[in-house]
Design a protein around this ligand. Structure first.
Ligand code: ADP
Ligand code: ZN
Ligand code: ZN
Length: 746
């Protein structure tokens, strides 16, 4: 028996199958997906690999497998890794890596996370017997008694915790062990972030008619164990989450498991608590803020079936659940479901594959669905379930537009219009809360010379440097380069150097000046760098008497603040001016989401959107909060310009430290593509290679080629042919990255 093995290595040259002979004693147990140690090359040290195929014989197999290790993959996952590597044009091992338990990907055993062991203390005698000994004075020490009393309630406690809770010492615990009252056992410590968290349990709510209809549709697929794709399109606050909770309940009753994906930023304690309250401790949360040990332990509990529900950001799609019964993707329009790093996968595509292979329904949910998803729903490929009303009968907020051009003409140069100012004032007086949202996508504070137009740029990246006020420095967001702020123009030596673009700090200052003495809090990338600070800010805003929350994108997602009645959008325009065909969609989504934060309960909500583009359709329909109208305009534009969903956009990025090489190779790839696609040239559009909009990042010169077509298996094969030829040329100093429907077109 022979197995084909993928080596644990990210080197392009090792991205192929190596054959090994299986020793007799392993023949019966070896499976596809197994992690195996293997001899490799001339190295004395063994290497590690993953079994990708099993066959009778091979003329290449000369060496034997050494052994099977733990933490391998299942066969299903191995098949998925193989498919992904073809579809996303990357190494198979890069895909395997996404599916391995966190902290176990290194090929060096010494660099891997291990189970954390610790000493746990248990009672070693019957409670009656112990009580007798205390009563008759056999045990006299107050400290010993405290320990025993504590253990009566909590047998099996971690030794350090026991010392802490009882205010005793290791020596006293040891004495009790010697006298055989207790037993100390070494066990695996569960690094569970909510181990000590007690959330009061709640019960399911009675669904509204609309909710019930949506629930019934999905539940039918659940009870028939069949794959079907659904879109729950429901306005903000329409009770989508309640439907998810009840669907998951059904799945658990069938003895199955569930995965729910949410955008990283909406993975707040508020949201997790709703799940803890409904299901208790059988949930695992996976996200990047957890320690690697916590994630490792969560993976283990998911794999063993102890955790039945997984909630997590994008990469949780690869959680090793057994017997999946439903997969839910909340806020399905969110850009974070598409990975910008290799493998450049879209979690929605993976989700569909996983649901199909598990005969489980896939539920997408959003108040502002991805135009592509809605198009599929209209075509009938996805079943559309609509919620038009808020679940708690609160009304959608009233939205007003302020024309900033007019405001400027009236002589108001501040960031806050007269109307917004009046509303904030009212809100402060009535002790209601306000959120001010600064739309800053592709927008930041930079310095410019007013005399010659010089702007400070990063010397590695050809990107405008951002001004950081706290440190009085200029920084590059791409490579981290930083330099002292300039006050004199290096070109014309003028002192007329000024800051452009307003940030949250400046906004906070203006608000403070306008309303002296009020309490404000700020949430942006600068204030949330520490672990949990994002949650702390939100908790503070909810509980303390803070008048105004000022923030960027982060304030937009899924939060529920009952006392917020006013949302002000300082400028809606930044996201309209990005170089991307999705600018209108992103703007509409963000405005609708942020407006949805206002008046979520009994108090009516008000929203003020300030803009220089009041006639733009994304802004106009965001004012009406009318997704359907927005969609109808947007889809017509997409069709006339042949953008997704009418085609896919494949981006080839070519980069090199050597500018000549970058240009030369990008031309070469362009020619190769033309040649390869010649037979189906009427189905594809291949643009010339051009310098990327950001033509230099970290000293790498960047070119790109855009191709428009329907991305399908045939296209995948042809692109892989081109890649194979490109890598055969062994071009060392040029990188080629392929991204299908990329988030970022820069
Ligand atoms: P969404 O996920 O669509 O934003 P949520 O599920 O968070 O909506 O619901 C919004 C609010 O309405 C929450 O406070 C929730 O508890 C409440 N809610 C949801 N469904 C019902 C229901 N059937 N009856 C009463 N209140 C509900
Ligand atoms: Zn100048
Ligand atoms: Zn830089």
């Amino acid at each position: 028996m022979v197995v084909g093995v993928i080596v644990n290595s990210t080197a392009k040259t090792l991205n192929r199958v190596f054959d090994y002979v299986v020793p007799k004693k392993l023949e019966k147990i070896i499976k596809i997906g197994d992690r195996v140690s293997i001899p490799f090359g001339n190295s004395k040290k063994s290497k590690e690999g993953f079994v990708i195929e099993i066959k009778e014989s091979s003329s290449f197999a000369t060496k034997e497998i050494i052994g099977i290790e733990k933490d391998g993959l299942t066969e299903d996952r191995m098949i998925l890794a193989k498919l992904m590597s073809r579809r996303y044009f990357c190494n198979i091992f890069d895909c395997i890596k996404l599916m391995l338990p966190p902290g176990t990907t290194s090929s060096n055993i010494d660099n891997r996370i291990k189970e954390k062991m610790g000493n746990f203390v248990y009672l070693n005698k019957e409670v009656d017997e112990i009580e007798e000994d205390i009563e008759d004075g056999t045990i006299k020490s107050a400290k010993q008694i405290r320990i025993l009393e504590f253990l009566k309630e909590n047998s099996g406690v971690y030794i350090s915790d026991l010392e802490m809770y009882t205010d005793t010492s290791r020596a006293i615990i040891k004495t009790l062990e010697k006298n055989e009252y207790i037993q100390i056992i070494e066990e695996n410590i569960d690094r569970n972030p909510f181990a000590l968290k007690e959330v009061p349990r709640d019960k399911k709510l009675d669904l509204t008619k609309e909710q019930q209809d949506a629930f019934d549709s999905v539940n039918e697929a659940i009870s028939q164990d069949k794959f079907e794709e659904f879109l729950i399109y429901g306005v903000t606050g329409s009770g989508k989450t309640e439907i998810y909770l009840q669907l998951i309940q059904k799945v658990l009753e069938k003895g199955k498991t569930a995965i729910m994906l949410v955008p990283e930023i909406s993975l707040t304690p508020q949201m997790v608590n709703r799940f803890l309250a409904r299901f208790g401790n059988c949930i695992s949360v996976l996200h990047s803020k957890l320690s690697i040990g916590e994630r490792y332990d969560a993976f283990k509990k998911i794999k063993s079936g102890e955790s039945k529900i997984v909630i997590g950001a994008r990469s949780a799609i690869f959680a090793p659940v057994q017997n999946l019964g439903i997969l839910i993707i909340d806020e399905e329009h969110d850009a974070s479901y598409k990975s910008d790093m290799s493998p450049r996968y879209n979690a929605k595509d993976i989700a569909k594959y996983i649901c199909k292979t598990n005969n489980a329904p896939l539920v997408l949910g959003s108040a502002t669905p991805d135009v592509k998803t809605f198009y599929k729903a209209k075509e009938g490929k996805i079943k559309l379930l609509e919620l038009t009303k808020r679940a708690n009968n609160s009304n959608l907020p009233k939205v007003e537009i302020v024309d900033l051009r007019q405001e400027l003409a009236n002589g108001n140069k501040s960031m806050i219009s007269e109307k917004l100012k009046t509303y904030i004032e009212e809100n402060i007086k009535n002790k209601k809360q306000t959120i001010l949202f600064l739309n800053r996508r592709g927008f930041s504070t930079f310095v410019m010379c007013r005399d010659c137009g010089f702007t400070a740029k990063c010397k590695n990246c050809n990107i405008t440097l951002t001004y950081h006020r706290n440190e009085n420095k200029l920084k590059c967001h791409y490579c981290g380069f930083e330099t002292k702020n300039i006050t004199i123009c290096p070109i014309c030596h003028s002192k007329n150097v000024r800051y452009f673009g307003a940030g949250t700090q400046k906004l906070e200052e203006e608000v403070q000046k306008m309303f002296p003495g009020i309490k404000t809090i700020r949430m942006d990338v600068d204030t949330i760098t520490k672990k949990n600070s994002h949650e702390r800010i939100l908790e503070q805003f909810k509980n303390d008497d803070i008048d105004v929350l000022i923030g960027t994108q982060m304030v937009v997602k899924g939060h529920h603040f009952p006392n917020v009645t006013l949302v002000g959008v300082i400028s809606a325009d930044a996201s309209l001016n990005i170089e991307d065909y999705r600018a209108g969609e992103r703007t509409f989504q963000i405005l609708t989401q942020v407006a949805g934060r206002a008046g979520r309960e009994k108090l009516p909500g008000k929203v003020v959107i300030q803009t220089y583009n009041k006639d733009n359709y994304s802004i106009e329909y965001a004012k009406e909060q009318n997704y359907t109208k927005f969609y109808n305009s947007e889809i017509m534009m997409r069709q006339s310009l042949n953008y997704p969903p009418f085609c896919d956009i494949i981006q080839f990025g070519i980069s090199s430290k050597n500018e000549v090489q970058a240009r030369k190779n990008s031309k070469l790839i362009h020619e190769e593509l033309k040649k390869e696609f010649n037979i189906i040239k009427n189905q594809v559009l291949i643009y010339e290679s051009v310098p990327a909009p950001i033509n230099k990042i970290k000293n790498n010169y960047r070119y790109r080629i855009i191709m428009k077509c329907r991305f399908n298996n045939n296209i995948i094969d042809l692109i892989n042919n081109v890649l194979e030829r490109f890598y055969k040329r062994n071009i060392k100093d040029t990188r080629l990255l392929i991204d299908v429907n990329p988030n970022n077109m820069m």
